[in-house]
Design a protein around this ligand. Structure first.
Ligand SMILES: Nc1c(NC[C@H](O)[C@H](O)[C@H](O)CO)[nH]c(=O)[nH]c1=O
Ligand SMILES: CC(=O)[C@@H](O)COP(=O)(O)O
Length: 229
């Protein structure tokens, strides 16, 4: 897919075993979204990111990506403060009994769809409980396909700006996984669904690990030079 000078170059994704990564994807154009999400997950795991430390959330369309990423990241920050106060003292920020039980037991809650609460051990799917606390990086995935109107341009512009704003406002690496394509064939190529295609989701997974590790180092004052000047 990448010919000549194009492409991200050799992956710099190192050990992701201690990272917490979120993937937020739109559901529009799901036949392209699904392989892109799968590609990102495959590379996260190839770098050692644990399954229980990969959080996946979906939104209706790309327009919803910025708000979802912003609120999800803010929520992960609250988790950190809640779990640290819960470990420090039983009451923490939650004082109602159900929340205390959920916290104390390391349970997770969900909705049964009839408005009642379901509570299960471990993560929402019952799997091993992953890390809590702020995400180390977030991958936003969407596919915008040009139609007959200028709807495409409006969403592409503001969604891109919105994602960049969240990234800089919150200081969290936000991997740009928004495909803005003119036709479905362009999308199939970039989702790795054609012989000459390449799954861009793989690049986004690598980028998330690389940037999460570098952000962690920089936030601890660890400044390493990648090469001799
Ligand atoms: N046409 C596409 C959309 N449109 C939907 C919007 O993103 C949004 O969900 C809706 O306007 C409600 O706020 N979304 C995509 O991701 N891709 C498209 O091609
Ligand atoms: C990106 C879009 O919203 C686009 O697919 C909508 O198509 P149209 O411009 O024909 O309404």
């Amino acid at each position: 897919m990448f010919s000549g000078l194009k492409g991200p170059g050799e992956s710099q994704a190192k050990d992701g075993s201690n990272l917490r990564i979120a993937i937020v994807h739109a559901r529009w154009n799901t036949t392209l979204i699904e392989p892109l999400v799968a590609g990102a997950i495959s590379r996260l795991k190839a770098s050692g990111v644990l399954s229980e430390n990969i959080t996946i959330q979906s939104v209706p369309g790309s327009w919803e990506l910025p708000i979802a990423v912003q609120r999800l990241y803010a929520g992960s920050q609250i988790q950190a403060s809640t779990s640290s106060s819960a470990s420090g003292d039983l009451l923490g920020s939650a004082t109602d009994l159900p929340s205390l039980v959920v916290q104390a037991e390391g349970l997770s809650t969900g909705s049964k769809g009839d408005g009642s609460l379901s509570v299960s051990k471990g993560g929402a799917s019952g799997k091993a409980k992953g890390k809590e606390g702020p995400f180390d990086a977030i991958i936003a995935i969407g596919v915008l396909i040009k139609g007959e109107t200028v709807h495409f341009e409006h969403i592409a512009e503001v969604t891109s700006r919105g994602l960049m704003r969240v990234q800089l406002d919150f200081g969290v690496p936000l991997i740009f996984g928004l495909l803005t394509i003119l036709n479905e064939e362009q999308g199939r190529k970039r989702a790795g669904l054609t012989e000459d295609g390449h799954n861009h989701g793989e690049d986004w997974g690598d980028a998330a690990v690389e940037m999460a590790i570098k952000r962690k180092q920089w936030s601890e004052g660890i400044i390493l030079s990648e090469r001799e000047a």
